[in-house]
Design a protein around this ligand. Structure first.
Ligand code: FE2
Length: 194
């Protein structure tokens, strides 16, 4: 995340719900299938997509609110509809580097699933629709899966210093994968956890 200037005055931004864009925005971070090659399970499908020119899976936008005494960040994410080898498009998923840091997510468009998981494998899946607000406690990894046919858009609020730790998710994934089966989202045990 880029360094933002200190600003002790209130700041408001305008969110365009259908696109997840807000103004002003300090940073845009596009994530393609190639960035998630360790996250999706079907390696042949991943290679084929990358060979064919790659595909945009989601975009993150940030605005850090830096004051003299607090560092809070606003983020929005838009996950496009689609699948890789039957696995729905999703965010990479991460733990926070700091184990005392929570986060709040607010779904404003689309439908999907928020997956939550501890390092010990305790797993919770929350069905999302517009208006769902979820508190993510510290020490729960979090990932959002778009199981619908339109872009899923959500707002995130977190401490700038929370940090992102992807290591366990890259190695083992989440305990369950959300796959499209007969047109329906289906939770399947991830073989890397069995
Ligand atoms: Fe987070």
């Amino acid at each position: 995340m880029k360094n933002a200037p200190v600003n002790n005055q209130p700041i408001s931004v305008k969110l365009d719900i259908p696109t997840g864009e807000f103004t002003p925005c300090m940073e845009l971070d596009p994530r393609k299938v190639s960035h998630l090659s360790k996250m999706f399970s079907d390696k042949a499908a991943i290679e084929e997509i990358i060979r064919s020119g790659d595909r945009l899976v989601y975009e993150i936008r940030y605005y850090p609110f830096i004051t003299d005494h607090s560092d809070m960040a606003l983020g929005t994410t838009v996950i496009f509809p689609g699948t890789v080898g039957g696995e729905y498009y999703m965010t990479k998923g991460h733990f926070h580097e700091r184990n005392d840091q929570p986060e709040v997510y607010h779904c404003v468009q689309g439908e999907g699933v928020l997956q939550l998981m501890t390092r010990q494998g305790e797993y919770v899946a929350v069905k999302w629709e517009p208006g769902t607000i979820s508190h993510i406690p510290p020490q729960f990894a979090h990932r959002v899966v778009n199981t619908g046919s339109v872009p899923l858009v959500f707002v995130a609020v977190f401490h700038v210093a929370a940090g992102h730790d992807y290591a366990l998710i890259e190695e083992r994934g989440f305990k369950y994968m959300i796959l499209e089966k007969n047109g329906q989202p289906t939770e399947v045990l991830n073989p890397r956890w069995s």
